[in-house]
Design a binder for this molecule. Sequence first.
Ligand code: ATP
Ligand code: ATP
Ligand code: MG
Ligand code: MG
Length: 870
Amino acid sequence: MRILKTQTLRGPNYWSIRRTKLIAMRLDLEELTEKTSDQIPGFYDGLVQLLPSVIEHYCSRGHRGGFLERVKEGTLMGHIVEHIALELQELAGMPVGFGRTRETAEQGVFNVVYEYVEEQAGRYAGRAAVRLCNSIVQAGTYSQAELEQDIADLKDLYANTALGPSTETIVKEADARKIPWTLLRARAMLQLGYGANQKRIQATLTESSSILGVELACDKEGTKTILGDAGIPVPQGTVVQYLDELEQAIDTVGGYPIVIKPLDGNHGRGITIDINSWREAELAYDLASEASKTRSVIVERYYNGSDHRILVVNGQVIAVAERIPAHVIGNEKSTIEELIAATNRDPDRGVGHDNILTQITVDQTSLAVLQKQGYDLKTILPQGTTAYLRATANLSTGGIAIDRTDDIHPENIWLAERAAKIIGLDIAGIDVVTPDITKPLREVDGVIVEVNAAPGFRMHAAPSVGLPRNVGAAVLDMLFPANAPSRIPIIAITGTNGKTTTTRMTAHIYRQTGKVVGYTSTDGVYIGDYLAEKGDNTGPYSAGMILKDPTVEVAVLESARGGILRSGLAFDRCDIGIVLNVAADHLGLGDINTIEQMARVKGVVAETVKPDGYAILNADDPLVAAMAQQVSSKVAYFSMNPDNPIIIDHLRRNGMAAVYEDGYLSILEGNWTLRIEKAVKCPATMGGMAPFMIANALAACLAAFCQGVNIETIRRGIRTFNPSAEQTPGRMNLFDLGEYHVLVDYAHNPHSYEAVGSFVSNWEGTKIGVVGGPGDRRDEDLILLGKIAARVFDRIIIKEDDDKRGRKPGEAANLIAKGIFQENSQANYETILDEVTAIETGLNDAQAGNLVVIFPESVTRAIADIKKRI
Ligand code: ATP
Ligand code: ATP
Ligand code: MG
Ligand code: MG
C-alpha cells in the first residue's frame, strides 16, 4: 500500500465538527485491497508483539481489546493504519483517540482520518504507520530499533513546536475559557481572541506591559532607587565602574558579607553572593564586570535568608514561591557526584527552561560552591545533610521551587503589590530575600532585590513542592475582564451558488451600522471600504487574515467547499452560518461524489454555529432544510414561499424566518411580520425579476436581523446594494445599450443557469444566450446546461473557455449542443468556440428589445467589450 495524499485539517471539517485537528490520508491499499488482516499469515502476532499497547484500543467494540479482536477476525489495512498512527502518537506522549476510515469511489483507495496533537508529528505518524504495517505484512515484523527511532522522532517533533512553559499555562487556560488563540509568524507572539477584540502576549509580556516599566525593571539600580524612595526595603548598595572603587564601595555598604553582581544581568549570571574576603571580592568583581554590557557592577550588602519570587498580575499577588538552589541531600552511602546523577534521573528534569525542572550541571561554579562548604564531588554526605551546588536559586540552574502563596504575610503582599505598581508592570516577578516570608520584611531584615519583567510561570504552575497555582487564569482575567468579549461576530456563508453575492450583501448591510466589516470572497479579502488582497479567498487562510486583523469588528466569511475539504474552517465556531443551497456542482472532486455528501460538506458551516447563534437555512431546498436536525444552534429559515410548510411549522413554534410575501422581503417571528422592503425597491433583485437574488437578499437580511441589526439599518443596506459591474462584477450585471440589453453573469453550473433562467424567463422580448461551461464538470452537467439553455433562450451561441480544464477543444461544446438538441431538436443554435468572437456575434446580431445573456469565462474582458459599445 502507499499514501497518495496527506491533508492537515485544522478546523471543523467533513469528518468532525468538534475534533478539529485531524490528518486525512488518502491511502491506496494496492495488493492489500482484498486482503483482510486474518488472511495475512503472522500479521496479528507480529502486531501484538511489536505494539502490545494497542490492547487499549476499544474500536467499535466498545471494550478493551476491541481493536485487536477486529484484527484477529479480519479488518482492512486502512483501518489498521489508522489505529497504529494513533498509537504511535500516544507512545510519544501525545494523547489522541479519534479516527475514521472510509472507502472512496476508487477501488482500493481509502480515506484514513486520525487525530493529531502536533501537525508535523501527526503526518509523520501516518507515514510511520504505513511503513510499520507494510513491514509486518511482508516480514512478519518491524524492527524494534526502528520503532524506537520513530517514537523518538515523534517526541522531537512534538518538543520542537512546544510553546514555552509560561505560554503553555496561558494557552491552557485560554482553551478552558474557549478563547481562540493563534501563534503569529514572528517573535513567538501569541494572539488571543479575534479581530478588534484580540489581545497579544509574548511569553509573559502583554500588549499592555509598559515599555517604561520593562526598561526600569531591567535597570536594577534604577529599580532600587525608585523603590527605596518609596520606602520599600531594598538592599543597601552602590555601583562601581572600576576596580579601584571597590574597596570604598565595600565600606559604604557596611563591610562584609557582600554581594557583587552585574548592573544589567539576569538568570543569575555573573553574581557572587556571601563574599567575605577581599580576595573573593576581587574575583567576583571580574566575573560581574565581564557579564555586564556596560562593565558596571553592583556592590550590595548580603542579606540572610532564602530567595522568594512573588508574582504580581494586574496589581494583585497571585503566587509566591520559595526557591532553593540546586542541592543534594546525603544518604551516608553515595558520593555527591552519584547523588547529582540520581537527581538528574528525575524525568521532570530536562535541559533548559522547557521542563518542570532543569538538570544540575557540574561546572566551575558548582565546584567552587562545594569547596566553600568544605566538600568535593567524592564527598559522602551524612544522612540528611544538604550540599548546595549553586549559591543562587534559579530554576534554570537546577534549583527547586516550593509554593508559599498561602504563607506570605499580608504586609508583604501589600509591599509587593505597591512595588509592581511603582515600577509600572502589569505582570511582575518580585525577588525577595528574607529568612521568613510569613513575617513583614521590615521585622526580619528582608529586602526586595529586584523586579523582573516577563517573569517565568513555571515555578508557580508546577512547583516542586506545594500547590500548583493557576497563574494563566490571572493573566486572562486581566486581558479579558468579566464579560469582555474575546471574539468578534463571525457570519459564515456557504452554498453551491450565491455565496459571494450574499457575502457582499451581508457585509454591505452590516457596514450601515458603522462597524468595520472584514469579508472574504471569491474576488478577494476586503476590510472596511478597501480591498486588502485580491484573489479567490474563500479558504481558511483568508478567513485567518480577517480574524487576525485588529481593525475588524465583524467578520463575514464566504466559506467554500474547497477550503472546508482541504483544511477545515478557520474558526471553531461562528455566530451565524448561512447555507444557501446545495446543488450538483464540483461532484467527483475531493472524494465527494454525491449531492448528499456535498450537503454534509456544506453542513459543516451550519453545525459550527454556537448554541445561541443561528443557522440560517433555505427552507426551499430539502437538503439544506434537513440540516436543522444536525445543528446545535437555533435555526432561522428563509423561503420564497410564505406557505412553505417548514416555515409555517417553524413560526408556529415561535421561530424566526425571512420570506418573500406579497412583493415584500419580510422577517417573520411567531405571529409578527416585519416588512423590510418591497423587492422592486431593492436593486439587487433586478426590479424583483430575479427570484434567486431575492432569496440571497432574504438570507443576508435575516443574518443581520439575528445579529441584532435593526430593521431601518437593514432596509437602508438592502436598498443601496447594487449588483453593478463595479460592485459585483459578473453577478447579474445588466447593461442598457439603448436598443437592447445585455446581462453578464458568472453562472457556471446547472443550478445557477436555472437561476439566471428564472430571470430571463421574466424578460419580454427575444433572448439570445452566449453559453459555455467549465471543462472539469461532468458530462451530464454540461448536457443539462444545454437543456436549460434550450428552455430559456430563443437563440444560443455555444462557446468554450480558454482554459479547457482537461478536455479537448470542442468537447465541452459538443456536450452542451447535445443537451440543447435533446431538449428541443428545433432549437436555433450554433457553436463559436472562441469566447470573444462568440460574444461579438451575439452583440452584433441583437435587435431592438432583445436581451443578450453572456456567461463569460473572463468577466472583466466581457464587460470591457460591452462598455465599448455604450
Ligand atoms: P534572576 O534573573 O534569576 O532574577 P538576576 O541575575 O537578575 O537573577 P538577582 O535577582 O539580582 O540576579 O540575584 C539573583 C539571586 O541572588 C537573588 O534571587 C538572591 O537569591 C541572590 N541575591 C542577590 N542579591 C542579594 C543580596 N543583596 N543579598 C542576598 N542575596 C542576594
Ligand atoms: P463561486 O462558487 O464561484 O464562488 P458563489 O457561490 O460565490 O460562486 P456568486 O458568485 O454569488 O456565487 O454567484 C455566482 C452565480 O450563481 C451568479 O452569477 C448567479 O448566476 C448564480 N446565483 C447566485 N445566487 C444564486 C442562488 N441563490 N441560487 C442559484 N444561483 C445563484
Ligand atoms: Mg532575580
Ligand atoms: Mg464565490
